[in-house]
Design a protein around this ligand. Structure first.
Ligand code: ADP
Length: 370
């Protein structure tokens, strides 16, 4: 029995897939950003949002938990427990909050922590709520300290504790509130203070969607937009949507434009692929910046480990952006790993970008013929 080593000689890139010079006027990074873009007005997103729990695709565990919690709250004629949803943008946190309100038959008020700077902002909102209403606060990790402290008794006992005046003449007034449900959303659950986190009865992390779920989302959106599409066309878009419904919907709109101008509907797999290549969205949903991050890690740091700040300086991209926008998806698809010594580009990333990986372990094949 002989052992053959098929160790690959390394170092040189095979076929470069990343041109380091950003193409002029290229906006494909915008296309793959999970945050809502200017063009995606509330009205546009509203049209595409599912309104019932049964129409919300994926996140089965969350739906099961909420189904039980809502039925129980309704039977007891109580408001639903406060809920904290965390995870990357575009995964359906706002949508779920609106669904809860519609399933519970109440109103939903939507705001974001930066709009609640002054105490009167949150006080005004809380006193305006009707029994059982849902208050959705996006980016809840960014609440000011004073707003957060007003929220503690409001969440716990449905009352506001307000101090009027200063020094010795200061008086505390208690204002009763109607029972309500606070739905907090955040991309950074670790930045929440523990007193705030502890006041949520339900905490749930939204995960990236798989290919099948995203395909269903694309088909559903295409149906609403009356854009003809084949199932394999929908899968092609889903494959490049970074596990994120908002991106899937955006890519579908761009592909529909392309197909309407260059060919004719329906959107087929081939046409979807052609359109997305033109927008520089590659077969794994990587954009120019993702490829730049990985290329810099491979070429400048031999694949890593490299610290976040060093990487940020090397490519001139904000460290927060790398960490919050690009990394989660690269981690998810196994192109990047976080180690205690820094970030590492995995063998799959080397392969995808067309580099021979010098760190790859030798592959041994057993030859039974000898
Ligand atoms: P987030 O609040 O997490 O940033 P949103 O709730 O605003 O995300 O969702 C972004 C878009 O994605 C919405 O327009 C919605 O139509 C779509 N979407 C999100 N989750 C789902 C889902 N589970 N099923 C169908 N569409 C979804």
């Amino acid at each position: 029995m002989a052992i053959q080593s098929s160790y690959q000689q390394s170092g040189k890139p095979k076929e470069r897939k990343t041109d380091k010079k950003k193409p002029p006027g290229n906006d494909e990074s915008q296309l793959l950003q999970p945050e809502a873009q200017v063009e995606e007005t509330e009205k546009q997103e509203e049209k595409l949002r599912p309104h019932r729990l049964a129409d919300y695709i994926g996140q089965t565990e969350l739906k099961d938990i909420l189904n039980i919690a809502m039925q129980a709250a309704k039977a007891r004629k109580e408001s639903l427990d406060h809920l904290l949803l965390y995870g990357p943008p575009g995964l359906g946190k706002t949508t779920m909050s609106l669904i809860i309100a519609s399933e519970m038959g109440v109103n939903c008020k939507i705001t974001a922590a930066p709009a609640l700077e002054r105490p009167r902002d949150i006080v005004g909102l809380l006193v305006s709520l009707q029994p059982g209403d849902v208050l959705f606060v996006d980016e809840i990790h960014r609440l000011s300290r004073v707003t957060e402290e007003l929220l503690y008794p409001a969440m716990e006992d449905f009352r506001l504790q307000i101090t009027i005046g200063k020094g010795k003449s200061a008086k505390t007034r208690t204002i009763p509130l109607k029972p309500f449900t606070l739905v907090g959303a955040t991309t950074r659950v670790g930045s929440l203070t523990s007193p705030l986190r502890d006041r949520f009865g339900l905490l749930h992390r939204l995960r990236f969607y798989d290919l099948d779920e995203l395909t269903q989302i694309v088909l559903r959106t295409a149906n609403i937009l009356q854009a003809g599409i084949t199932p394999s066309g929908a899968t092609e878009i889903a494959r490049r949507a970074r596990g994120t419904p908002r991106i899937a919907n955006r890519l579908l709109r761009r592909v529909r434009d392309y197909v309407q101008v260059k060919a004719s509907l329906p959107i087929t797999q081939e046409l979807a692929g052609e359109a997305l290549e033109m927008y520089n969205v590659d077969s794994c949903g990587l954009d120019w910046t993702d490829r730049l991050i990985l290329t810099a890690m491979i070429e400048n740091f031999h694949g890593g480990p490299v610290g976040l700040e060093t990487l940020s300086a090397a490519i001139g991209e904000d460290a927060h952006n790398i960490e919050e926008v690009y990394e989660p998806y690269l981690l998810q698809i196994g192109f990047l790993q976080r180690t205690h010594r820094g970030r590492v580009a995995t063998a799959a990333a080397w392969e995808h970008l067309g580099y021979d990986n010098p760190n790859r372990l030798p592959l041994f094949t057993i030859n039974y013929s000898q």
